[in-house]
Design a protein around this ligand. Sequence first.
Ligand code: F6P
Length: 319
Amino acid sequence: MKRIGILTSGGDAPGMNAAIRAVTRKAIHSGLEVYGINYGYAGLVAGDIFKMDESSVGDKIQRGGTFLYSARYPEFAKEEGQLKGIEQLNKFGIEALVVIGGDGSYHGALRLTEHGYNAVGLPGTIDNDIPYTDFTIGFDTSVNTVVEAADRIRDTAASHERTFIIEVMGREAGDIALWSGVAAGAEDVIVPEHDFDVKEIADRLRSSRQRGQKHAIIILAEGVMHADELAEQLSQYGDFYLRHTVLGHVVRGGSPTARDRVLASEMGAYAVDLLMQGKGGLAIGIENGKITSHDMLDLFDSKHHAQMSLYQLGQDLSF
Ligand code: F6P
């Protein structure tokens, strides 16, 4: 194998650039040529492909987003799209690929591997919702962003004795809410993985107000409902001086934390090792501190499990 390609696909995540840098530098240092593919699978099909050298990835490790751009491209699920992509791979002489993205991006990678073009996946998403990895690239940064926002909101919540609902991204997963809830000392966290009762939350808010804590932060995962709906439901049970904030895409941007940069660098280098061993159809993860890889088919049959011990911990430690 002489030439590999790299693309980012799905929602961008902080640390993707660090991963592109790691793949590119490791591959070039190992004697390979590297081609960047813009706009994920859409760019692959369109032939938006360019040769990279070591300096293409200079001054990138600290930047959020992905300088290779990203796109959601459902057309690649169909064989017609895959064949068009393969045409471009042949045109540029690319024999193998690194794909950075969420599990939708892995389906495309597996299809390419089945067509004879080894592809290895790196978990790049803030949602942390990929099986067989404890952490995804971008998750740590997004949690830190939520915590910083929650700390700021607490200042104003305390000053006005208000209850704030903070809605955070995460798609169907509650990981961002669980981790940031513990780190920000949230009074309550509401996630898709755990039942909740609005009346019970209202009762808890009321009793903590009676005990003297007159402000509260509730972190709500977007997979449950929207912040305005929860505010509406809570207000049926009393006046908690509610305000709500939707952090939205703010949580997806920003310079990656050191932890995300290191994770991206380790995973990127390992992806090149696997391709050089002639392996494909594998998804890289980190489990118990070790970089690992699993067959993508195993991932599609499994479900990610959020660390639910954090839910109980948050409840135990709240006021
Ligand atoms: O998967 C990452 C993510 O940011 C989710 O947390 C969120 O639900 C979704 O993407 C938003 O997608 P878009 O940017 O396409 O609106």
